[in-house]
Design a protein around this ligand. Sequence first.
Ligand code: ADP
Length: 997
Amino acid sequence: MSGRHDKEKGVNVQVLLRCRPFSEDELRSNAPQVVTCNDYQREVAVSQNIAGKHIDRIFTFDKVFGPSAQQRDLYEQAVVPIVNEVLEGFNCTIFAYGQTGTGKTYTMEGECKRSKSGPNGELPPEAGVIPRAVKQIFDTLESQNAEYSVKVTFLELYNEEITDLLAPEEISRVALEEKQKKQLPLMEDGKGGVLVRGLEEEIVTSASEIFTLLERGSAKRRTAETFLNKQSSRSHSLFSITIHIKEATPEGEELIKCGKLNLVDLAGSENISRSGAREGRAREAGEINKSLLTLGRVINALVEHLGHIPYRDSKLTRLLRDSLGGRTKTCIIATVSPAVHCLEETLSTLDYAHRAKNIRNKPEVNQKMMKSTLIKDLYGEIERLKAEVYAAREKNGVYIPKERYYQEESERKAMADQIEQMGVQIETHQKHSEDWRDKYDAQVHQCFDLSTKLSATEVSWVDLLFSVVLMFEWTLMNCQKQNALAHQACVLRSDLEKALQDNASLFQKIGREDKLSSDNRSVINNFRTELSQQIVSLCNIVATSISQQNEHLQCVQDLGNYFLDRHRKSIEELKKKLSSSRAVYISHIEAVQNVVRLHKASSIAGLEEISLLASSSAQTIKDHLASEAGQVSSIFDELQNTLSTHQGEVALFAREMRQRFHVSSEQRKEVSEYMNGFLDKILEQCKSLENHAVQADAVQMKNIADFQKAYEEQSKSDAEKLVADINHLVSNHLQRQKELVDARLVDLRETATGNKAMLDGHVSSMEYVSTDAKRKWQEFSMQTENDAKDIADHSVTKHCRMESLLQQCVSTAGSAFKHWEKTLDSVNEMGNNHVSKLLSLTRNASDNIEQHDAEVGYARVTAEQDVAKNSEDVLNHIDGLSEEEQGSVSKILDAVKAHSNTLETFREDHSGETAAIDDRAKETFEQQYMDYEPTGATPSRSEPDVPSKGTIESLRAMPVENLLDEFRENNSYESFEVKELKPSLIPRSPLVQLNQQ
Ligand code: ADP
């Protein structure tokens, strides 16, 4: 019932508020906080200072998320139920509305890089509503094992132009002009909705794909920004998820359930005034925020129930028409900043969101489609698209001039507006006609009620008329009889009245006399009874007083006796207590003395023990110190020995060092001498080599010359021998040969000279190197010798220093030993002093204890004596006191007895007097006072009933007209309701008094 009612009335748009935490900049600049959120009470308080006054404005929303709320909190509390409804087949829309930088995109998309997602496809904590919704959809569908398809679209609306954020890359890479042409048109779908022509619908098969899509969309948005200098703060983005789920009916038919979720990240709300009107910058920006302004106006119109809702004024409102006052469930997430510099915008956002709370939607589940119908629709769509493609390819579609197209388009738009307005009018007319019909129905119902009432009235009216006629006849008859009787009665009445008057005056006189005597009698009776009552009460009072006094006296007597008894007993007890306390006191004193004695003995023993201990401890200290002294001196000796051995060892070490240095310098000297010798040898060798080379050269030269000479001689003899044979021919050959040999010999000589020069060079360089090495070695050995000398000197000085230090150590140890011996002596002396002081102290203490003991004993004796004397005095005093008390008590008892005797005589006198008064009164009233005795002859007074003249006259019958009038007055035609009847003038039975009724 209530569900139906809700359906008819609609459900309010759910409005949530989210306040982001302070940004780092705000924290750095210490920006004051003006927004406080109470998530629990769903309240947001904004602090303002208006004219120096601190004012808090409080807004209540359906849910409030403070700065500490995480993405997950918002999603689980606000969005999960919405997504569940989408899965049930509803269309739902979530808007994010607020100033730029307050977290709209953070809320909707979040910071969801694929890289940040956890294992098993878990979402990062910063993931916003979109990835979480997609994940929830897939998780639910998978868990249901349902057959489904999920499609998403992602578009951006900027400056009233729609861009597809999921369009393939090629399109986005085209030139700017191309790109502007690619703006997608918004078309009517013929079913009252709109569709974006050419919008890419991406089929998603897993939640993880969403990251790719979001990244792609965001990247495109960024490139678009750089191309067109857009600012995402001024554009709206719409992410839609459409889900188709297959269901089977019990009849085996396959149905398709469809749900759609729109997630809208609106442009920054800055510059939009609370009423939705444009302001400064926004006006300059022209169309940029047209959509946002129209959204504000649509919300205003919906909240104020205006007839015309300007949905058609912007693309955003056209796209989201169904989410605002339509069949979609809508949720608005308003985002604000907590900082003071955003105060104005924050208040504007809060006002806007608060206003939007009043929009009512009438959500309806999308009708489930039969699979076959869906397929048919899809085929239709495919056919249409094919036709479009064909027309585009073949260019055989309808082509019209641009102007005409725009003109027709504007005409179409105007017509659509008109149709919409007419629709609104029809709706209002329908509403009116429904109202009239309701009124008509109510009238018909009333008529029916009246006619039934009329027929019922007619029946009762006929019955009544019949009874009235009968009554009228009977009344007429009675009237005639009554008139005759009334006349007779009038005559009798006048006689009776006269007799009655006489009688009454007589009776009045008798009455007066009777009254007087009865008054007198009653006065006397009263007096008598009062008198006797008073006497009785007096007697009672006296008797009670006497008995009370007696009781008192008895009490006093008892009390006296009791007091005496008690007194005696207590005195005895007191005596006993005194004696016992004395005994206790004495025993206590004895105990105290014993304690003192014990204490004395123990303290003496303790003191002795202390003195013993002191002397023994002094002795032990002495022994200990002596033994320690032995040990210490042995340690010192040891130390000294060690130091001296150390000294010896150091000296030995130094000596060894010196020797080693000496040996090493000797060795070094030997080595350097050997090296010098070696180098000299090399030098000699070089020289001998040089000599050898010179000799070899000479030998070689000589050999060549010898060879030349021998050859020349040989050839001379050969020539002389052969001259004859070959004389001329051979001489040429020989000449040539000689020339050749000469050339060869010159070459040989030159080579030998070169060799020699080279050898000379080598030898000289060897000579130079070895001389240089020798010089260097000599330098080095000199330096080493100097170093060794330095080191030896240093070690000698070090050794001297160490020796002196050791000497110093030894002397310090000696002085320490002497100091130790001195300390030992002083400690011994101090110990002895302490022991002697302790002994004198113990002696003093035992003397004091002795003195205390004697004092305590003396005090005890005096105390005992005093106590005995005091208790004796007390006892005597008590005895005297009790005797005095006994005397006074016996006197009281005597007085009591005398008083009781007096009382007895008073009682007797009093009773005698009262009896005499009573007798006298009795005699006076019973015997002397006489009363009137009635004779019984006086007639008793009676009051006959005399009917009044009016009554008799009223017995006459009334004229019939009067009767009728009266009847009419009491029984009107108009109503048959029971009325209060007027007193009837219709005569009653004769002689019945009216006031008896
Ligand atoms: P808008 O879309 O409203 O212009 P953004 O979503 O771009 O704002 O948020 C602006 C900055 O504030 C971003 O850096 C975002 O990370 C941060 N931010 C917004 N809301 C929150 C929040 N609730 N928690 C943490 N950081 C937030």
